[in-house]
Structure formats: structure tokens, C-alpha cells
Design a protein around this ligand. Structure first.
Ligand code: 3PG
Ligand code: MG
Length: 400
């Protein structure tokens, strides 16, 4: 990939850039601006070089319709606060308002186009439709910079097709993310421990398959952990389970043993009669993994499990973590996730937190970004990279 430093003198040039400003919102309030902050190094360099910067980004999934609920207005406002440059939001994506705003941009200014997913062609499966929209984007720039790492796994007009139409380069965020993930797949310092949590086993199965080949220890927690317990023949009460995946999970466990890998699953759990809703405190009991009552559900890993996981993390040289260990949003069930985050902060290993939800989790739990080696801005993108898949938004860049 080329870097923005290879694009030559950008003074007065129009730089079209894809960013990922898909931030969590509470109404119009951004609850975690990590993705906007992560875009600053590239945006600052471009404005300081005197470029006219046109930013493409999406928010949520408006499915091809203009919907104020998904406006990028909060992102434009936040970016304006974080960067020492004039930031304006266009009234549309590629319509008359955007066209006029691009024409009026001064050197060193930033124009954010409205949510690219207001355009039905942005996510079209028909190549010609995406290409026609990409041509309109390309008319707004002299060069294209790809810096929305969180969307590089999407074959979409503003991520993929537009890159074919202009001289292009990867921004600093994309370059840094790829650098880290490449290291994890090719030359991780050992022992390499991978911690996977979250609710959906199905989503993580293909990454487990690939990670079993490179990691030394695989740690499983969160809602998906109960499918592993059930695959081991244990009763899991009313805990979350994906019964369609029991056989595959069994296979993975056998594969791991045969390959001499360590696969750690919970040995105890924090259980409760129901999923927490409303205000706590909630009824909870710690039980051994083989003693989960029939009428209770596991909502967090227990203290013995958390201690064992922390020990493995403390002894590692490389750690990748994706997905919480329990219902961390509720204080009563956050201890397992906190213990894992604390171990990541304390270990001497190179640590990577992958995924929008995990990144938001560590910040919500009060950890500083610099407690970790790298916090990836990409959830799906970083997992697909670790799965060994080809990511369209990277593959399309010059020099790749
Ligand atoms: C994300 O939040 O994971 C990225 O911004 C991609 O969004 P998407 O999953 O809606 O394509
Ligand atoms: Mg997402």
C-alpha cells in the first residue's frame, strides 16, 4: 500500500477520504468518539498540508434512504471540536448541495458529505450501480485516501469502487491497523493468547478455526462460552446457547487438544434467575460450571475462571481480545470482563483489543486507551483479517 506521504504535494489539491465515523449515539450525543479520534492523525496531516479535504463516512444502516436519525451532524460537530480546521457538513451526499460545497472548499478546510448509505447504490450488489455512484464521489477528489479501517471488509462504493478511479493511498489509521494485525497473523511473539467472548458463537467460529492454527492458547468466555460447556456435556440451565453449533464446537475442542493447544473454557459462572432488566442490584450466585441450576442462566464467568484467564494473559507475550466475558453493561455481571481487561492492562505482553464493542467496553469500565498496545477501530474488519479473508477495501489499494 502507498502511504499519504507518497501522494506528493497536497497543497490546494482535493483529497477524497473514506473514514469510519460509525460511532455509538445516545440521541445526538456521541457516547464513544474513539473512531473520530482515530482519524485525526491523517486528517490533521492533510489539512496542515493545505489540502481541500472531502470526507465520506456512514452512520448505522439507513438502507438507501435519507433519514435524519442517521445524519452525520453529530460526527461533523465532534470533528470540528477535535481538529483545528473548519469543518462543514454537506446537505446531501453527491447532490447539488455537496457539489456546491466541494467547489467552495478553501485550502485546509474539511467538508463531510452526508451519510453515504443514504445513497441506495452505496451498498448495491450490482457492480454497475456502485461504479456509477463511485464516479460521482471520484469527481470530488484528485486523489483518494482510505482510512476507514472499520469498513474495509465491505465491498461498497465509497470503500472499494472509488479506489479504482483515483490515485490512492492508505491513511495512517489503516496502515497502523494492518501493521498490527499482520504481526498477529504472521509473527506473534509467543506465548500468543487469544481471548474470545461475546454472545454469538456463529460469528466467531471461522475465526476460531484460523486462530487455532496460530495461537498457543484460546480462551473462551461470554455468552458463547455456554455452547462450549454444553458441547462438553454439561447442563447449562437457561443460559444462552447455539444448539446448531455444538458439533462444530466439539470438533474444535478435539482439534485443539490434538494440536497441543490450550483451550480454556469457564470452570465457574455467575448465575441469575433472569436476564437483568431495569435497575439492580440483581440476584446472583457463583456456581461451578458443572453445577448450573436448571432454572438459572450464566451471565458472567466466575472468579476462579477469571483468575485462570488472568494468569494466562499475564504469562503471555502477545494477547488479542475480542468480546466481553459477561453482561458487562450491568455492574453485577461486569467482574469477569473487568478482570480480563485488568490483566491486559497489567501484562507485559503486546495487547490488542479488537472490535467496536470491546473498545467501548474497556472505556466504559474506566480503562485508558494507553493501557493497551492497540485498540482496533474495526470489529468485523479485524476479525475477518485474522480469519485470513481478503478484505476488498485493502485489496483494491495500489501496491497491494
Ligand atoms: C462497524 O461499525 O462495524 C463498521 O462501521 C461497519 O459497519 P457495518 O457493519 O454496518 O457495515
Ligand atoms: Mg458493527
Amino acid at each position: 500500500m502507498k502511504s499519504i506521504n507518497d501522494l506528493g504535494d497536497l497543497q490546494g489539491k482535493r483529497v477524497l477520504i473514506r473514514c469510519d465515523f460509525n460511532v455509538p449515539l445516545d440521541g445526538e450525543t456521541i457516547t464513544d468518539d474513539g473512531r473520530i479520534r482515530a482519524a485525526l492523525p491523517t486528517l490533521k496531516q492533510l489539512t496542515e498540508a493545505g489540502a481541500k479535504v472531502v470526507v465520506m463516512a456512514h452512520l448505522g444502516r439507513p438502507k438507501g434512504e435519507v433519514n435524519p436519525k442517521y445524519s452525520l451532524a453529530p460526527a461533523a460537530k465532534r470533528l470540528g471540536e477535535l481538529i483545528d480546521a473548519k469543518v462543514t457538513l454537506a446537505g446531501d451526499v453527491v447532490g447539488p448541495a455537496a457539489t456546491e460545497a466541494v467547489a467552495g472548499l478553501a485550502d485546509g478546510e474539511i467538508l463531510l458529505l452526508e451519510n453515504v448509505r443514504y445513497e441506495p447504490a452505496e451498498e448495491s450488489k450490482v457492480d454497475a450501480e456502485r461504479e456509477a455512484l463511485a464516479a460521482k464521489y471520484a469527481a470530488f477528489g484528485d486523489v483518494f485516501v482510505s482510512d476507514g479501517f472499520g469498513v474495509v471488509h465491505r465491498k461498497q462504493a465509497s470503500v472499494y469502487d472509488v479506489a479504482k478511479l483515483l490515485p490512492n493511498a492508505a491513511g495512517h489509521l489503516v496502515a497502523k491497523e494492518v501493521d498490527v494485525l499482520k504481526k498477529l497473523t504472521e509473527t506473534p511473539e509467543r506465548p500468543y493468547v487469544v481471548v474470545l467472548g461475546g454472545a454469538k458463537v456463529a460469528d466467531k467460529l471461522s475465526v476460531i478455526d484460523n486462530l487455532l492454527k496460530v495461537a498457543d492458547t484460546l480462551i473462551i468466555g461470554g455468552g458463547m462460552g455456554y455452547t462450549f460447556l454444553k458441547a462438553n456435556g454439561l447442563e447449562i440451565g437457561t443460559s444462552l446457547v447455539d444448539d446448531t453449533k455444538i458439533d462444530v464446537v466439539k470438533e474444535y475442542m478435539e482439534q485443539a487438544t490434538a494440536a497441543g493447544k490450550q483451550l480454556l473454557i469457564p470452570t465457574d459462572a455467575v448465575v441469575s434467575p433472569a436476564f437483568p432488566s431495569g435497575d439492580g442490584p440483581f440476584e446472583k450466585t457463583v456456581v461451578a460450571a458443572d453445577a448450573i441450576p436448571a432454572d438459572q442462566m450464566g451471565l458472567d464467568v466466575g472468579p476462579a475462571t477469571a483468575a485462570a484467564y488472568a494468569e494466562a494473559i499475564l504469562g503471555a507475550k502477545t494477547v488479542f481480545w475480542n468480546g466481553p466475558m459477561g453482561v458487562f453493561e450491568v455492574a453485577d455481571f461486569a467482574d469477569g470482563t473487568k478482570a480480563v481487561a485488568q490483566a491486559l492492562a497489567d501484562t507485559g505482553a503486546f495487547t490488542v483489543v479488537g472490535g467496536g464493542d470491546s473498545a467501548a467496553a474497556v472505556r466504559t469500565l474506566g480503562f485508558a486507551d494507553d493501557a493497551f498496545g492497540h485498540i482496533s477501530t474495526g470489529g468485523g474488519a479485524s476479525l475477518e483479517y485474522l480469519e485470513g479473508k481478503t478484505l476488498p477495501g485493502l485489496d483494491v489499494l495500489e501496491g497491494n
